[in-house]
Design a protein around this ligand. Structure first.
Ligand SMILES: Cc1ncc(COP(=O)(O)O)c(C=O)c1O
Length: 413
């Protein structure tokens, strides 16, 4: 079976060419991934060659407009959707905040919204704020391992449920939630379904229109590109929103849910993601495949296999580290797990562990990662938090060995 050539992948990321970054094992990808060369090149070109107000008659403005258009088209192509259904805002937190306000005028006092206690706060707090307007919040709660069960959602959803919000994948426990089942249960009573895919998208990009979701959001600074939030809306979902931008942009797709206005250079650089996918595709597959969507699926298929290998190796290695406990599921659910592994050590605080690892040129995260409610539900003090190792497809099995050895050493010492 064909395997992802990680050496080739790494050659596409300038960070691996530069000291001192190239000597580090980088496992803080859920906080923001490295940027691929194709994106960095486009950003530089925009900034240095045609940084002008886009869509004007000058060469620079025309070029800037074309570059922005290709950024929108890239995201539409990757998700298998149309540009009109996209909002490219500054971040997912901002997009969700705007979305909650955009749906609010259509909600009456007593209408219900389901939020989880597994999500990043970005997909919880903005909905809870609607309580001020009489909206009733129902909380879909995790079990003692941090997992959500659709049976529990079934008990919460009823005739007054208008919106169900969840994450496709937890940014702490790494579990992927069953989208189709969640959609099925939520739609029984016609609720809109909002899926936060920020910690899912670096590992797999679904075809959004077939997903049954109404809103699908992710952040491109975690998918090898510039710092933006992508929000896709279904036609039905968008029809229920009130525009939040300037009044004269009320009917303008891409603008009506983006009160901040588009970030020109950052959007233009997104076209580099397609170029990156194509570079990986062309290197691994000989047959030419017409649609970007199909090429993306082929590339993500390779990525998935590699990430499963990385995650399995790490989970197995962690079993040999006395005193360390993984938060969430282990190797039994590899197919439905993202390559995010959080852990705790009774003796050493996560921040201290992260500092020790940094001393060995290994970068990991420590803290609550804005999933405060999840940590509280698991009986973990959010101030202390967890140690999080988040891997993407440019990580290597050698890096995992290095991390595991370092952990054994530090925890034992
Ligand atoms: C699962 C998840 N949702 C939402 C967010 C917020 O994304 P942004 O930083 O683009 O606002 C994050 C950020 O880390 C996240 O991990």
């Amino acid at each position: 079976m064909m395997k992802l050539d990680v050496g080739f992948v790494r050659s596409q990321f300038p960070a691996f060419d530069h000291s001192p970054a190239k000597d580090w094992a980088f496992f803080e990808n859920a906080g923001g991934s490295y940027v691929c060369r194709q994106v960095a090149d486009r950003l530089e070109a925009f900034m240095t060659e045609y940084k002008a107000q886009p869509y004007g008659p000058s060469w620079m403005a025309t070029k800037a407009g074309e570059a922005m258009d290709s950024g929108y088209e890239t995201i539409a192509g990757l998700l298998g959707t149309r540009r009109e259904n996209l909002t490219l805002g500054p971040s997912t937190t901002a997009n969700l905040y705007v979305l909650a306000h955009a749906l609010r005028p259509g909600l009456a006092a007593g209408d219900e919204i389901v939020v989880t206690n597994q999500d990043h706060e970005a997909n919880i707090g903005c909905w809870r704020r609607l309580e001020e307007f009489g909206v009733v919040i129902r909380e879909w709660r995790v079990d003692e391992t941090g997992e959500l069960h659709v049976g529990d959602l079934e008990k919460l959803v009823g005739a007054r449920t208008r919106v169900v919000c969840f994450s496709l994948s937890s940014n702490i426990v790494g579990t992927q939630n069953p989208v189709a089942e969640i959609v099925r249960v939520s739609k029984k009573h016609g609720a809109l379904v909002v899926g936060d895919a920020v910690s899912f998208a670096p590992h797999w990009l679904p075809e959004v229109e077939a997903s049954g979701l109404d809103f699908f959001l992710f952040s491109t600074y975690k998918t090898f590109a510039t710092h933006l939030g992508v929000m896709w809306g279904s036609d039905e979902g968008l029809a229920k929103t009130k525009a939040q931008g300037h009044y004269f942009n009320e009917n303008k797709p891409n603008y009506r849910l983006n009160p901040t206005g588009p970030l020109h250079a950052e959007i233009a650089a997104l076209a580099g993601v397609t170029a990156y996918v194509d570079e990986i595709y062309g290197y691994h597959f000989s047959e030419s495949e017409g649609s970007l969507r199909r090429r993306t699926e082929a590339v993500f298929g390779l990525i998935k296999e590699h990430e499963i290998d990385l995650t399995r190796r790490l989970l197995e290695k962690l079993e040999d580290v006395p005193g360390l406990r993984v938060v969430g599921s282990g190797t039994e659910s590899m197919e439905t797990r993202s390559s995010v592994v959080s852990m705790r050590c009774a003796r050493i605080a996560p921040a201290q562990l992260a500092r020790h690892l940094a001393g060995r040129e290994i970068a990991v995260g420590a803290g609550h990662f804005y999933a405060v409610r999840l940590l509280e539900a698991l009986g973990i003090d959010p101030e202390r938090g967890v140690l999080r190792v988040s891997m993407v497809h440019y990580n290597t099995l050698e890096e995992i060995e290095r991390l595991a050895e370092a952990l054994v050493d530090i925890v034992a010492g």
